[in-house]
Design a protein around this ligand. Structure first.
Ligand SMILES: [Ca+2]
Ligand SMILES: [Ca+2]
Length: 293
């Protein structure tokens, strides 16, 4: 009997679909447009340099993309290399010598001074490193007043935003790293990665799950978007002419990474968030120093 009702239900469903199609064909009804789903397209591959293999900070100056790889097994003075990628063909055009920038968890471009600025993160949480983008050499370091794990320079505001270690809060600095205020955010247990900006909003990227929280430049929450990639570790976020890009670390290969363009990201206040995988889930909330990864 159950089959009978299923057949009847399917019959009426088909009739309804046919009827709708006829109305659309006659121009009486307009088809319901499908919302495009968030999608991800790989644009560049980041090859490892032997043990210097894990993608960390990344950013753009609008002409080139810069990505840092580190040796995650090094016990001290972690060696890293910085690669420069031409956005016209998405090929690596230049690679730095070995540099020492600790975990190099995030990076941004300071357009006022034409410098790449790296958040060293563990173990020197208050250190930022300045790198010359023309020859990929270190120009100096600075100690700032806060322990941070992420950084972005917003040229229109002439200020820096940085993710404060051990929290999801974001500190705002003026051009000279004088503190202007703190954006308080609720805690989460995701891995803290990167800050980016398209000049209009701030985007705070986390891994496990790969998720982006958006804020206006005053720090008011503007929803979140879950990335479609569940396999790889989202490490850094940046924008080129309004388009969103994410630098990923390839977890399964334990070597190298890639850059992906993210299209149709919709920021919502109530979309479902996938559970973190067991890989880095802890029974008690870990500190960001443990969790910057
Ligand atoms: Ca950044
Ligand atoms: Ca990282």
């Amino acid at each position: 009997m159950e089959n009978f009702f299923e057949v009847i239900a399917a019959f009426f469903k088909n009739i309804a679909a046919v009827f709708t199609a006829i109305l659309v064909a006659l121009g009486i009804m307009t088809p319901k447009p499908e919302e495009p789903k968030i999608s991800q397209t790989t644009v560049a591959v980041i090859e490892p340099f032997g043990s210097i293999r894990t993608v960390e900070g990344g950013c753009t100056d609008g002409r080139f993309v810069y990505q840092i790889l580190i040796d995650p097994d090094a016990q001290s003075g972690v060696p890293c290399r910085l690669v420069k990628i031409d956005i016209q063909n998405w090929k690596v055009t230049e690679a730095s010598e070995e540099l020492k920038m600790d975990h190099a968890n995030d990076m941004t471009y300071d357009e006022a001074n034409n410098l790449l600025v790296v958040s060293n993160n563990k173990p020197n949480f208050t250190t930022i490193t300045f790198v010359d983008p023309s020859n990929l050499t270190v120009r100096g370091t600075k100690t700032i007043s806060r322990k941070i794990y992420s950084i972005v320079y917003v040229g229109s505001e002439k200020c820096w935003y940085a993710g404060i270690s051990n929290s999801c809060d974001i500190v705002r600095f003026d051009e000279n790293f004088k503190e202007l205020g703190v954006i308080d955010n609720p805690e989460n247990n995701y891995t803290r990665q990167s800050l980016g900006s398209d000049g209009e909003y701030l985007y705070s990227l986390f891994y496990n799950p790969n998720i982006i929280f958006r804020y206006d430049l005053k720090g008011n929450p503007q929803g979140y978007a879950v990335l479609p990639d569940y396999e790889n570790e989202a490490e850094n976020i940046f924008f080129i002419e309004g388009a969103m890009y994410v630098g990923y670390n390839i977890i399964k290969a334990d070597a190298g990474g890639f850059i992906a363009r993210i299209d149709n990201a919709k920021f919502s206040a109530d979309a479902p968030i996938p559970e973190p995988t067991t890989k880095t889930t802890t029974t008690k909330p870990a500190t960001s120093s443990q969790k910057a990864a």
